[in-house]
Design a protein around this ligand. Structure first.
Ligand code: PLP
Length: 380
């Protein structure tokens, strides 16, 4: 049985006709930039996020960058984020002119509030709280800390559309929520796209201009700014896909639950939901001491897996000038060696998910004479 890591073709098959019809209309009107489809999508996205506003931008990285621009963050400032995230959580900080500062994570791949507190200095202006893998970051602790030290929280919700923390959707906890609509994210355009959510009138008014050349009307420019708009064409596609999102999320969670039940008891850490979390499983990442061997075995059995991410941001060449060295973030370092992302997407069948588990169990059974590691204990 073949199990691909993801299949966008399968996702698009049942909705392609509707998408093409919607796009055809745009070719008749020629309304390609910031048109009605964008406005509709923004309204619907704000509703989904339970925020006052949602604003379409060109991609998730711009969502982060523009959020910091709106807050006046720049040279001399520090912003704390997670070293195991996708690199854009940090590159956006560097690009705004500030210094990315990393704090280690917990076993659920999200920031450890105690480590964040240690990383705060007089220069710290904000924390980018990443909801990595589609699991909400510990928002209560981070928001408390932000209040105590007078910092902003920016949510990097690029992987977490539809996720909830204590029954409230992500994107409404921080001053802004930043989403990516990249083709591989849970809700995706046919190309790049991003969203910023906020409840703050001032930030919203600023961002409306900042994403569009600093224009306050068609002909009046209030400030020099960027061109970071969401295409109407992409919004048309997203409006069709948004109808499916709840169903897709439910399905991702069902697959996660198959993995959680069947992989229980093996010498590995399996991601689990806390009672107050609704994770959307952008990725389902296990931690196993046999990562490379297992990945190879699964591939031999036509099961495709990935590693998110094999090089932590702080060890990237681009991060050299920040002065970090291997060993600075022990939890991140341990995970880099052990993480393996199993296939999880709405069109994956239970049969396929069960097959993945069966093969993993088979691999572990063949290992039974090997020495036990203490990884599962470390993961508690
Ligand atoms: C994908 C991603 C981004 C960047 O989004 P783009 O749309 O690719 O610019 C930022 N942060 C995280 C955690 C991501 O997964």
């Amino acid at each position: 049985m073949k199990v691909p890591y993801i299949s966008l073709g399968l996702q698009h098959a049942p909705i392609k006709a509707e998408i093409l019809k919607r796009i055809e209309k745009l070719f008749d009107t020629g309304q390609f930039i910031l048109g009605e489809e964008v406005q509709t999508f923004e309204k619907r996205f704000a509703k989904l996020s339970q925020t006052k506003y949602a604003l379409g931008v060109a991609n998730g990285t711009d969502a982060l960058f523009l959020s910091m621009l709106a807050l006046g963050i720049g040279k001399g400032d520090e912003v704390i984020t997670a070293p195991n995230s996708y690199l854009a959580s940090a590159s956006s900080i560097a690009l705004i002119g500030a210094t990315p500062v990393f704090a280690d994570i917990r076993d659920d791949f999200n920031l450890d509030p105690a480590k964040v507190e240690k990383a705060i200095t007089s220069k710290t202006k904000a924390i980018i709280a990443v909801h990595l893998t589609g699991r909400p970051a510990p928002m209560d602790e981070l928001l408390q800390m932000a209040k105590k030290y007078n910092l902003h929280i920016i949510e990097d919700a690029a992987q977490a559309v539809g996720a909830e923390y204590k029954n409230k959707p992500v994107g409404g906890f921080g001053i802004t929520g930043c989403f990516s609509l990249h083709p591989l994210k849970n809700l995706s355009a046919a190309g790049d796209g991003g969203m910023i959510t906020t409840n703050d009138d001032k930030v919203y008014q600023y961002l409306v201009k900042a994403r569009n050349h600093g224009l306050k009307s068609r002909d009046e420019c209030e400030l020099w700014s960027y061109n970071s708009r969401l295409d109407n064409l992409q919004a048309a596609i997203l409006n069709v896909k948004l109808n499916e999102l709840d169903k897709w999320t439910l399905r991702r969670r069902e697959i996660a639950s198959v993995y959680q039940q069947k992989l229980k008891g093996l010498d590995m850490v399996v991601p689990l939901d806390k009672s107050y979390e609704k994770a959307v499983y952008h990725t389902f990442i296990i931690q196993t001491p046999y990562r490379n061997e297992l990945q190879k075995f699964l591939l031999e059995n036509e099961i495709e897996t990935k590693v998110h991410y094999p090089i932590p941001i702080y060890l990237q060449e681009a991060a050299k000038s920040l002065g970090y060295k291997k060993g600075d973030f022990p939890v991140t370092d341990r995970q880099v060696e052990t993480i393996l992302s199993l296939p999880v997407f709405a069109e994956l069948t239970n049969q396929q998910a069960n097959y993945v588990c069966d093969k993993i169990i088979e691999f572990y059974t063949s290992k039974k004479s090997g020495t036990k590691t203490n990884l599962s204990a470390a993961g508690k």
